[in-house]
Design a protein around this ligand. Structure first.
Ligand code: G4P
Ligand code: NA
Ligand code: NA
Length: 191
């Protein structure tokens, strides 16, 4: 997505540890117009996938997920993060390790919001090591629902997440795909 790549070039900062800081349009301050265009693009890419619901994880996944849900006309569910869960009777839960923050979280979704007939699209802001996506895939498996696609705003293709989704045989769409960081500059993947 050209407009997103331009925005990353203009406003993104490459930090140590292969982290791209984009907190002036995606991760802290949010650009609603850009999010709207992102939602429209996801809707276009997954228009034939029969999506009934969108799943994401709080907090940074919510903005692009809601915009995708708006354009697709489907509800959006965000998994909640907890340090650890005790009462889980009415919840689907999964463990997620964050490499960036070096913390373990449990994520959960209330069982009421998922039905066996659902075909879900997973949306997130970043695909890095794929731990968040894996957690949602675990929940989908427990809930016996079909994951018909994964849509991410920005993927770092050189980390594990891209391969993880491909290996699961799930349609993956990244609106900006980063091949590498070189000398503090973003190198986008060509295809
Ligand atoms: P994953 O998201 O693919 O599972 O990878 P990882 O465990 O490496 O990422 C942990 C957190 O760091 C995630 O946010 C993820 O979105 C974020 N992240 C990963 N790489 C980058 C990056 O290059 N730039 C930025 N800005 N964020 C990155 P989270 O812990 O779920 O937090 P939240 O922001 O959604 O609250
Ligand atoms: Na995220
Ligand atoms: Na994040």
């Amino acid at each position: 997505m050209k407009i997103l790549e331009d925005r990353i070039r203009r406003d993104g900062t490459v930090l140590a540890g292969n982290v791209l800081k984009v907190d002036n349009f995606l991760n802290h301050q949010i650009d609603p117009q850009l999010m709207d265009q992102i939602g429209a693009e996801f809707a276009h890419q997954f228009k034939d996938a029969g999506i009934t619901k969108i799943l994401t994880v709080e907090s940074s996944g919510i903005a692009p997920a809601v915009m995708a849900g708006l354009h697709m006309g489907v509800p959006v569910i965000f998994a909640r993060k907890h340090k650890s869960l005790t009462l889980t009777d009415n919840l689907y839960t999964a463990k997620v390790y964050s490499y960036t923050k070096r913390v373990n979280n449990d994520i959960s979704i209330d069982r009421r919001f998922l039905d066996k007939e659902d075909r879900v699209l997973i949306v997130d802001d970043f695909l890095a090591n794929g731990q968040a996506v894996q957690g949602l895939l675990d929940i989908a498996q427990t809930a016996q629902i079909k994951v018909a696609g994964v849509g991410v705003v920005i993927e770092k293709r050189f980390q594990k997440g891209h391969q993880l989704v491909e290996d699961a045989g799930i349609q993956l769409e990244a609106l900006a795909s980063i091949a590498a960081f070189e000398d503090g500059q973003v190198v986008f993947a060509q295809d």
